[in-house]
Design a protein around this ligand. Structure first.
Ligand code: NAP
Length: 317
């Protein structure tokens, strides 16, 4: 792998969308590079169990990620990790991707940069990050053996990861701002049926209170009664949604009103030769399986684009 190489396609992001795009592109004979800002796997790395990826039952997120990576590498797909993309020149041909450590060139780009957890934005959150505040139950859950923890949010992540936390914690209290959960029904029911869980409805965490050793309590406000009180806890797991990773695009690609990349049903963006896949695009279903499907389609489109470029070059000789 070298910055002198002209890649047929560069894929930004090595989550399920990026790995699937890498597999299809490399297997389709494109010289392919995946650039990942952190480690391979994306959201799979922070998901305990994936039970709705067909054929991969009883596998953890990291296990599925490892299997996808191994399969993709088998077709000689290059993968660079821990090298965040800083900017891209999408209008030039070839297109230029500048990362923290390198510069790479490619005929086509597939953006599969995924999304990142939102912060709650309350006092004490930043100060206590790593000292009781966490966004990853898989990474930090084991630190809370026989302790009480709070989970903030009412979506599928909050319920699924809250349930996972009951493997360690003696009690998991979910704090949700409404009187109804947003999570997928099966995950809601599982969470509610777990004897170690409790839900504080119509409530928000307004402050995270820490001492020398870390989090000691959260301040909870009931939005219906206005009552505000301190609730003792040693851990706060925050799952209040995800935002697309698009910072490096610098406004060069059309986005929808929620900040996700607009795409056609063929994963095309508004720029010729630039495709998108997974959670970073305007998709209604954010799952590993839909991300993988997007990636395969984006790569197939990229293969068509590269073949058309080659045909054009041959015709002009
Ligand atoms: P989400 O579906 O966007 O849910 C975010 C939750 O946080 C909502 O309940 C929201 O409340 C709450 N919230 C947002 N901002 C808040 C704030 N400032 N203060 C307090 N609460 C706040 O996010 P997610 O649960 O991370 O899921 C993201 C996507 O991944 C979804 O499409 C989901 O279906 C998918 N997912 C799927 C699975 C699975 O299939 N097993 C597992 C995890 C995630 P409101 O409800 O009031 O808006």
């Amino acid at each position: 792998m070298s910055s002198e190489t002209l890649y047929d396609t560069i894929i930004i992001g090595a989550g399920p969308a990026g790995l699937s795009a890498g597999l299809y592109a490399a297997r389709g004979n494109l010289k392919t590079l995946i650039i990942e800002k952190g480690i391979v796997g994306g959201q799979l790395q922070v998901t305990h169990e994936i039970e709705n990826y067909p054929g991969m039952d009883h596998m953890t997120g990291p296990q599925i990620s490892d299997a996808m990576e191994e399969q993709t590498r088998r077709f000689d797909c290059d993968i660079v990790t821990n090298d965040p993309v800083q900017s891209i020149d999408l209008e030039s041909q070839p297109k230029v991707v500048k990362t923290e450590k390198n510069e790479f060139k490619a005929k086509t780009i597939i953006i599969a940069s995924g999304s990142e957890h939102n912060q709650l934005g309350v006092p004490g959150e930043k100060e206590n990050w790593g000292k009781g505040v966490s966004y990853c139950a898989v990474c930090d859950g084991a630190f809370f053996k026989d302790r009480e923890v709070v989970v903030v949010g009412g979506g599928s992540s909050a319920c699924e990861e809250g349930n996972f936390l009951t493997k360690f914690a003696k009690k998991v209290t979910l704090v949700h701002r409404r009187d109804q959960l947003r999570a997928e029904r099966i995950l809601q029911e599982r969470f509610k049926a777990n004897p170690k869980t409790d839900i504080k409805w119509d409530s928000v965490v307004t402050k995270i209170n820490g001492g020398v050793l870390g989090v000691e309590s959260v301040t909870i406000k009931n939005l219906k009664t206005g009552e505000e009180y301190d609730y003792p806890t040693e851990g706060v797991f925050i799952y209040v949604g995800l935002s697309p990773n698009i910072g490096f695009l610098n406004g060069k690609i059309d986005l929808d009103e929620s900040g996700k990349i607009k795409s056609s049903i063929r994963m095309e963006t508004n720029i010729h030769g630039v495709y998108v896949a997974g959670d970073v695009r305007d998709t209604v279903l954010k799952q590993a399986v839909t991300a993988a499907s997007d990636g395969s389609l984006a790569a197939t489109m990229a293969i068509g684009y590269v073949e058309a470029l080659e045909d054009k070059n041959l015709a002009s000789v």
